[in-house]
Design a protein. Structure first.
Length: 718
């Protein structure tokens, strides 16, 4: 969005009773055509809504507007009594008091006379106040941010110690995260320091901006969306010329803005009269009376200039000087405001050579200006124009000479702008992994088909290289799918981009700038998975590796039943992960891990559960025979016979357990121990009714004791 800052001084004091909103509208006339085809396309109607919000004895001033044009923060001034900050909802017509104390109560003493600032989303309101109940010291000032969502007020800084603010105006970033302000150690000091407050991290840093002597009591600041750049006016010496500067907090460098194409400073000692900055601080709009900033400028009156820092160019976009001398021919003195993308500039003055005075919106893409229809125009009637982030709306103070006792908050809607909107401009992908998607949609109905070419760089691939929008489907978002190419090269974290270019027979869409989606790419790391080849319980432990912090999707497919068990787990800082899959049935499974769209090899696992052994002692008869002693081995041997005494078949294998063996006797061919007694596992085939099986028994009996014992017979395995 455009940086949210005060664009002019106070309007004339007028009384504003509450009235019904008024609207002025007319078809737009493109005042300067620069279409590539030399054809003017139909433009939307321009409308201006004017509403008088002040009570009897009050007037409104210094409006600022949210990025979508819905909310307006403004001052409600009761002359010689108090100033309050309100937020007006243009959709519902509701008003909300914003200068609440940190305890949530309305301030008894109001705010200071300079206006509020509203964040792009309309959530945060920045204002200054000298009211003691706000927390300002007696005779001093304070800066505050009111959060409309949480209904809370936070103190940024107050006068005292090393901080004095005078009337130097602060700035707030588009999302309300950063607040910039300047202060001196004492009023009237010849130098100042610019600070940036991070509202999220609750930290404040002093910048290294050079020559920050503001010169004027109402000198303002601007701050970029990301908080990196701060713009301000300054003088190298207290009596020196005033300059427009932008400071890069990342690189600790400061650059002059009010210069011409040759890098020469503007010739007027008074310097920049008013200025605005786009979202990334690459483009500035400012007013100046200088004659050396652009060719063919007489320098008699103030004009509006655009400085493109990346291109290194300065151009004049107003024509007040060509109409003659005098204040009535000035342009931009009451404000020159630029949109977030740097395409549109709004100002009050003269937008065409020899043209009429009015509120203009200049389009840098088409090199054309649009004038809002309005009657009884004069320099004193329209003040503080401020354009919304999307470049569609301009809010300003308006006083109608026909009703001299009324001041209005006016909002001009210049209509939807031809453009391409991408739902996301930043993506994160893994090489060879899953695709990411975003949507593209047009901002305004075209008069002919519009083609959007999608060109990924060598790091990426897209499913569709072109989208086509028609007058019938222009408002329907279309999906773009993009993947990172698995190139097998170890690059670490790297980047890619997708370029979107627009072409059409509709002249309005021939000037739409290219749009990029930036992609952060991570090298492929194929996840691994490991588990026992066979497992005898329903809960199966599984582990493996993936990229650190990756979300791993673990799946187990039952090959017999076709069911799938799936769960997600996050790899730790070393890339290790583990999980236990519960409740699995017997059978064969295929396990696989997937992270960032990359799949591991398949791991086969078979689950075989042991059957519980069944006591069938009562169903069989047993006897032993052929006991003998081998003197060489000192072993006794014999034969043990089991007979099925039932009329039903018995399933094997069988476990013959020998209980109550005397101490010192050892069963040598035991298969194991169960309940403290040895057993022999035999005859997997089972027994038919009346059938028998025999097996040898071997044991040691050094003391040649008697062999009393009992036995139990089990079907199945222990």
């Amino acid at each position: 969005m455009p940086c949210l800052n005060h664009m002019a001084s106070q309007p004339a004091r007028r009384r504003a009773p509450a009235t019904t909103p008024q609207r002025i509208s007319a078809a737009v006339v493109l005042l300067a055509l620069a279409s590539l085809h030399g054809i003017a396309s139909a433009a939307p109607e321009i409308t201006t809504d004017m509403v008088a919000l002040g009570a009897t004895g009050h007037y409104t001033s210094n409006p600022t507007i949210s990025g979508d044009g819905r909310y307006i923060a403004y001052q409600d001034v009761q002359q010689s009594v108090r100033v309050d900050v309100h937020v007006y909802d243009r959709l519902t017509g509701d008003k909300q008091l914003a200068n609440l104390t940190p305890t949530g109560s309305p301030s008894k003493y109001g705010t200071n006379s300079w206006g509020p600032l509203i964040s792009n989303n309309g959530h945060s309101i920045l204002f200054m106040s000298s009211s003691v109940d706000m927390g300002a010291p007696s005779g001093g000032n304070g800066m505050f941010v009111y959060d409309r969502v949480n209904k809370s007020t936070e103190t940024i800084i107050t006068d005292g110690g090393a901080h004095r603010f005078d009337r130097w105006r602060p700035a707030i970033s588009s999302d309300g995260r950063f607040v910039a302000y300047r202060s001196t150690v004492s009023y009237g000091s010849a130098d100042s320091t610019i600070y940036v407050r991070d509202m999220l991290n609750k930290t404040t840093q002093a910048t290294r901006a050079v020559a920050p002597f503001p010169g004027l009591l109402d000198s303002k600041l601007l701050i970029s969306d990301d908080g990196r750049y701060v713009a301000y006016t300054s003088k190298a010496t207290q009596n020196g010329p005033k300059d427009l500067m932008v400071h890069d907090r990342l690189n600790s460098t400061t650059e002059q803005v009010n210069i011409n194409n040759s890098g020469e400073r503007e010739a007027m000692p008074e310097g920049t009269l008013n200025f605005s900055m786009n979202a990334d601080a690459s483009v500035f709009a400012f007013a100046s009376r200088s004659s050396n900033l652009a060719p063919n400028d007489k320098g008699v009156n103030a004009d509006v200039f655009i400085r493109d820092r990346k291109a290194g160019t300065t151009e004049r976009i107003s024509y007040g000087s060509s109409n003659g001398s005098g204040i009535a021919n000035d342009s931009g003195v009451t404000g020159a405001s630029i949109s977030a993308d740097g395409r549109f500039v709004a100002f009050f003055g003269y937008g065409t050579p020899g043209g009429a005075l009015g509120l203009y919106r200049y389009d840098r893409a088409t090199k054309s200006a649009q004038r809002a229809p309005m009657k009884n125009l004069a320099m004193g009637f329209i003040r503080n124009p401020l354009i919304s982030a999307n470049g569609r709306y301009v809010v300003f103070d308006y006083s109608n000479p026909d009703t001299a006792s009324v001041t209005y908050l006016a909002t001009t809607d210049f209509g939807a702008v031809s453009g391409l909107t991408l739902s996301s401009k930043k993506l994160a992908l893994t090489e060879g992994g899953a695709a990411a998607t975003y949507t593209a949609v047009l901002d305004q109905e075209p008069s002919a088909d519009v083609q959007v070419s999608i060109a990924p760089d060598s790091q990426l691939s897209v499913a569709r290289p072109q989208l086509t929008f028609s007058p019938a489907n222009w408002a329907t978002p279309q999906i773009v799918s993009v993947q990172a190419v698995a190139d097998g090269i170890v690059e670490g974290q790297h980047s890619g981009s997708v370029l979107h270019t627009v072409t059409s027979a509709d002249p309005a869409y021939t000037v739409v700038p290219a749009a990029y989606v930036a992609v952060t790419i991570t090298d492929t790391r194929v996840p691994t998975i490991d588990a026992p080849a066979t497992w005898g319980q329903p809960a199966l432990p599984v582990h493996g590796t993936a990229a650190p912090g990756a979300t791993v999707l673990l799946s187990a497919v039952n090959l017999a039943g076709g069911g799938v068990t799936a769960v997600s787990v996050v790899a730790d800082a070393r890339g290790a992960w583990s999980w236990t899959l519960p409740g699995l049935a017997e059978g064969k499974y295929e396990l696989q891990a997937e992270a960032d769209g990359v799949k591991s090899q398949v791991r086969p696992v078979e689950l075989v559960f042991a059957k519980p052994a069944l006591d069938i002692t009562a169903s069989v008869t047993t006897y032993s025979s052929g006991l003998s002693f081998n003197r060489a081995t000192q072993q006794f041997s014999g034969t043990f016979t089991v007979t099925n005494a039932t009329g039903a078949a018995l399933k094997g294998p069988f476990q013959v357990q020998f209980d109550a063996l005397p101490a010192g006797i050892t069963l040598l061919n035991a298969s194991g121990s169960h309940d403290g007694s040895p057993y022999v596992s035999v005859n997997d085939a089972g027994l038919a009714p009346g059938a028998s099986f025999s097996f040898p028994v071997l044991y040691l009996n050094p003391a040649k004791l008697g062999l009393p014992y009992t036995n139990k017979i089990y079907s199945g395995k222990f």
